[in-house]
Design a protein around this ligand. Structure first.
Ligand code: BEZ
Ligand code: FE
Length: 293
């Protein structure tokens, strides 16, 4: 900032003047964050050159986003999701060692304290959709089994809704469960083949997506939180690679390493032995946990 302009706000020095006012902050991290945001925000406004009406439209959008938010619906997180910012923050905070499974977004539909189920249980309580066997191993980066790992899993039903979105329609805890690995680190349970579904799009974020020519869909996936003593907690998904939205997830959550294989099992011997009700899908996926930092 030039001596002449010191303290006076001009179009040219706008960011510097605002940043100079926080020089005495006693909270260095906050001051750093606000400085960076101010610098980039002013640069964006200078590049965009909004009209007053456009600026008011932006303010109204943020106001509506706040009004749409409550303890259950977090429209600002959805906004962060569709900008790719949730995935960027996730990537910055989850740089995994080579060989460890990658993370992705938690999403708004996790439920704490879901009852623990015996290994092999069926979490599909509404009987909808194609039955699916999900199995694999929880390993460490040395390839050894992780015993007593907690597997917290949740997915949508065949109509594309989580149980908590359809209270009174779906059974409580439909398509969610907690399992614990034994000494061999293996897991298996039954669910239903997931489907693509829209993120909540009845608010300002959904309207913005529409105006931008973007769809609100997430490709079919299962959510996981994996926890074990001595290991970093892993928040992740597995995705169906054949889903029509696999290359255009509304929240950018797909990573190549998270693609699983969803195989239709039609072999009569396996059907007789494992699922006498008829053909079923199978997905086999191992997760590798990183050691605690
Ligand atoms: C989900 O996968 O549950 C989800 C993630 C981000 C936004 C909305 C839903
Ligand atoms: Fe989801």
């Amino acid at each position: 900032m030039s001596e002449v302009n010191k303290g006076y706000f001009t179009e040219e020095n706008s960011a510097d003047v605002v940043i100079s006012r926080i020089a005495d902050s006693t909270e260095p991290r906050l001051a750093e964050v606000i400085s960076v945001i101010t610098k980039h925000l002013h640069a964006a406004v200078k590049e965009i050159e909004p009209t007053q009406d456009e600026w008011l439209t932006a303010i109204k959008f943020l106001t509506e986003t706040g009004h749409k938010s409550d303890d259950w619906r977090q429209e600002y997180i959805l906004l962060s999701d569709i900008f790719g910012v949730s995935m960027l923050v996730d990537a910055i905070n989850n740089r995994k060692p080579s060989g460890a499974s990658e993370s992705t977004v938690l999403g708004p539909f996790h439920v704490p304290d879901v009852p623990e189920l015996p290994m092999g249980a069926n979490i599909c309580l509404d009987g909808k959709g194609h039955p699916m066997l999900i199995k694999g191993r929880i390993l460490n980066t040395a390839g050894e089994p992780v015993a007593n790992a907690k597997i917290d899993v949740w997915q949508t039903n065949d109509d594309g809704f989580y149980d908590v979105q359809q209270k009174g329609i779906q059974p409580d805890f439909n398509l969610r469960g907690v399992f614990r690995t034994g000494a061999d680190g293996t897991y298996h349970f039954w669910g239903a083949k997931p489907r693509f579904y829209p993120i909540p799009d009845d608010g300002p974020v959904g309207k913005l997506l529409g105006s931008l020519g973007r769809h609100p869909f997430r490709p079919a996936h299962l959510h996981y939180i994996l926890e074990a003593d001595g290991y970093e907690t892993l928040v992740t998904h597995i995705f169906d690679p054949d889903d029509e939205y696999i290359h255009s997830d509304a929240v950018f959550g797909v990573k190549e390493s998270l693609l699983a294989k969803f195989d239709l099992i039609e072999d009569p011997e396996r059907i007789a032995a494992e699922h006498p009700g008829g053909p079923f899908y199978q997905v086999i996926h191992d997760f590798v946990l990183a050691p605690d930092a």
